[in-house]
Ligand binder design. Structure first.
Ligand code: SER
Length: 344
């Protein structure tokens, strides 16, 4: 596999889908528009809910984006592990009543095996338990052997995010190798350990979750795919964690430079270095989208992230203010994909 930088991967993905008739749109703001069910945008599809439901007409029936996302549900684990983070970029291709499962699966496979050339023998997929149509495409059209296709239940293979469009999904997994496995008998796709990593989620958006928890059929079936750029970059860069990926590592290195601490020498310092590295990305992107620290809602999320990052700075022995210097590093590393960082 050829090394690819995060910025290169983003461009390759967007270009691939542009060549297949998709309109490339810039990332939407992290602040949801007209969606009181969400505090922050946490998925590539979130800004497009009205296009899936048919409430609004999309600018094109095929769209591709790299969406800035924040998920803070696991914030307490950030830093403690090398895989949790609050900020990530999500690559996606979307069909609003246009193509469906066939193209979504075929293109995902083509991008993985022909464009970025992931080794076929490292790839596995999961499908929703009753989705024989997805099974048929993976098995008969793509030619994936049956023992590489795993059927899973609603918890794993049904995607929903607040109310609105949702549906069964099929995920592509990358086998990082035996050395990442837990070694337990039966360790395979779906195991909690680090060996089989979900990389790309293909959602077949055909239902709408209502306020009362019931599901209705959408007027037309859609496609929503999502792939974490940093996660994919760990594969393409042959590194173990998102904190080792080029754009993220540049921030991590700056934290080390400012604090005079080395990464990988002492666990408690690594925790703090990771917390700051992750949080300063969220904080910088949120601020550029106009979120201000406050006592409630998303402003409180921002305030909490700033305070956590500042506190971990003290734990590393940093005196005085330092987060602004790190923000400059975030802007430098990501302005190619997000010009708003520099503008605002
Ligand atoms: N909405 C799905 C996800 O976030 C696929 O884009 O995983």
């Amino acid at each position: 596999m050829k090394y690819m930088s995060g910025n290169e991967l983003r461009e390759k993905f967007l270009k691939f889908f542009e060549e297949r008739g998709h309109l490339r749109l810039p990332s939407a703001s992290l602040i949801p528009q007209d969606d009181p069910t969400l505090l922050l945008i946490g998925a590539g599809m979130a800004p497009f809910k009205p296009f899936f439901t048919g409430k609004m007409k999309p600018p094109s029936p095929r769209v591709t984006t790299c969406q800035k996302c924040i998920r803070t549900g696991d914030v307490e684990n950030v830093g403690k592990t090398a895989r949790h983070g609050t900020f990530f970029e999500m690559l996606g291709n979307f069909s609003f009543g246009d193509y469906f499962k066939n193209e979504a699966i075929e293109w995902a496979w083509e991008f993985f095996t022909k464009v970025i050339k992931l080794p076929v023998e490292k790839l596995y997929v999961s499908i929703y338990q009753d989705d024989d149509e997805a099974f048929d495409i993976w098995h008969n059209k793509i030619g994936l052997p049956e023992d590489r296709i795993f059927r899973m239940g609603k918890e794993d293979n049904f995607w929903e995010h607040g109310v609105g469009p949702c549906g069964p999904c099929s995920e592509i997994y990358y086998d990082k190798g035996e050395e990442y496995g837990c070694g337990k008998p039966g360790c395979t796709v779906g195991c909690d350990c680090d060996r089989y990593m979900e990389v790309w989620n293909l959602v077949f958006t055909q239902f709408c979750k209502e306020e009362d928890g019931s599901y209705s059929n959408l007027d037309h079936p859609n496609i929503d795919t999502g792939m974490g750029l940093e996660r994919l970059a760990t594969v393409m860069q042959g590194v173990n964690s998102i904190f080792d990926v080029d754009t993220v590592k540049a921030i991590r290195d700056k934290v080390c430079e400012i604090s005079g601490k080395k990464y990988g020498e002492e666990h408690k310092y690594d925790v703090s270095i990771r917390v700051i590295t992750d949080h300063v990305r969220s904080v910088t992107f949120m601020t550029s989208d106009g979120v201000m620290p406050s006592n409630e809602g998303r402003g409180y999320v921002l305030r909490r992230l700033i305070r956590r990052a500042a506190r971990h700075g003290r734990l590393l022995g940093i005196q005085g203010s330092f987060l602004a210097k790190l923000s400059a590093e975030v802007i430098e590393g990501s302005r190619a994909g997000y010009p708003e960082l520099e503008d605002k």
